[in-house]
Design a protein around this ligand. Structure first.
Ligand SMILES: *Cc1c(COP(=O)(O)O)cnc(C)c1O
Length: 407
């Protein structure tokens, strides 16, 4: 392919098309075809791009013609992933990152400067909490952590210098559900932006931008890859939010997504809705089989009517979750016996895989917190977070019930 043909052969989509239903966008949106006319998305494993002439090179650098310069800034395979995610989420713009934490960090750091204040729900993924509590203060950004389900705490935490609100919903690992529209209202009244980590809900079941959030972040490592292979992340927002807060930060500091990982993510997106629907059905079956079981002390599942925020779930989510949280009666020893007796579900700290997984948050993702902090978040020593895989639902339920007999 002559390099000089690149501009005419590539139709680079700068804005998401919302021409089709989300499932259709997941298969087609953002596809860039090379002159070979390949059916599937090409893997552009290249660092740089060549220019036919010095004039073309000058023009590419000077003007926003949309052409590619360097894969730290942008790459055709990565651009396809970004455009497809933007179309699916209904966002104006998207930027892919090397991991979910790179996405969260850029979305948290980008909008603030020294002297600003951040309010966040305290039930957070461990690394997100570290960025807010341990890292931002080094640069003079203070924070207040609140109980995300208590709207008065969000209101009371606002200070004149509050610039950013951050939350995850459902929360990790206890699957509490925070009223995103209400928190967005409080943030905007305070002149702050709301960033939502939507990993636990997935884009299939919850659209934070529609609920009033200014920015959505995902760890693509989870359901988007969906088969436990590649790390990745993505930030979705208005073009203005991306330009004002994220674009230069990512370009100049370099947490870019590998084109290979973007290619794997694109493959994952084609089956995202099928997988999430199936995994949600399995999680719901697990929740129903385990709720009320004599060896389960407490179970939280956003699809059940006994969920503590069932009314908020109905209002803002289109489906339950692929995750279930439950306390094995008898604490740490009992939960260890349960995990060790599982034959199918694997012991890990990850989620959103095709393999069913169990995580013991107190010894893994939330091990850094003190026992008192964990207790405050409802993370007991017997708590298990279950992530439904793609195995047959009956096998998964049987595995869990059988393992409970060992408790
Ligand atoms: C996994 C996860 C992250 C971090 O993503 P990585 O891809 O591991 O960097 C952030 N937030 C939530 C809710 C997660 O589950």
């Amino acid at each position: 392919m002559p390099a000089s043909d690149q501009d005419s052969d590539f139709d680079i989509p700068s804005r998401p098309e919302r021409a089709w239903r989300p499932e259709t966008e997941l298969v087609h949106a953002g596809t860039l075809r090379s002159p070979f006319g390949e059916t599937s998305e090409a893997l552009f494993l290249t660092q740089g791009f060549v220019y036919g002439t010095a004039e073309e090179c000058e023009a590419r650098f000077a003007g926003p013609d949309g052409g590619f310069l360097y894969s730290r800034f942008s790459n055709p395979t990565v651009a396809m992933f970004e455009a497809r995610m933007a179309a699916y989420e209904g966002a104006e713009a998207a930027r892919a990152t090397a991991s979910g934490m790179a996405a969260v960090t850029a979305a948290l750091v980008g909008p603030v400067k020294a002297g600003d204040h951040v309010v966040a729900a305290k039930a957070l993924f461990g690394s997100c909490r570290w960025v807010i509590e341990d890292y931002l203060p080094r640069f003079g950004v203070s924070s207040t952590l609140v109980d995300g389900c208590d709207l008065d705490q969000w209101r009371d935490a606002v200070r004149p210098n509050t610039k950013l609100f951050f939350l995850e919903s459902p929360t990790n690992p206890t699957l509490e559900v925070i009223d995103i529209a209400a928190v967005a209202g409080i943030a905007h009244a305070a002149g702050a932006v709301l960033v939502v980590d939507n990993v636990f809900a997935t884009a299939l079941w919850q659209s934070p931008l529609t609920l009033g959030a200014d920015c959505v972040v995902y760890s693509a490592t989870k359901h988007i890859d969906g088969q436990g292979r590649c790390m990745g992340g993505i930030i979705l927002a208005s073009e203005k939010f991306i330009q004002d807060h994220v674009h230069m930060l990512l370009r100049q500091t370099g947490p870019c997504l590998s084109p290979f990982n973007a290619w794997v993510m694109l493959k994952g997106l084609e089956t995202l809705s099928l997988r999430i629907e199936r995994q949600t059905a399995t999680a719901a079956a697990v929740a129903d089989a385990l709720a009320g079981h004599p060896k389960i002390a407490r179970l939280v599942y956003p699809g059940r009517s006994d969920h503590p925020q069932a009314a908020v779930v109905r209002k803002q989510m289109r489906g339950g979750s692929t995750l279930v949280a439950f306390d094995v009666a008898g604490g740490k020893a009992a939960s260890f016996r349960f995990m060790n007796a599982l034959r199918l579900a694997k012991i890990t700290n990850n989620l959103g895989d095709s393999k069913s997984l169990v995580t013991h948050p107190a010894i893994t993702t939330h091990q850094r917190l003190s026992a008192a902090e964990r207790a405050e978040l409802g993370i007991g020593d017997g708590l298990i977070r279950f992530s439904a895989g793609l195995e047959h639902q009956d096998d998964v339920v049987a595995d869990l019930l059988e393992a409970l007999k060992a408790v």
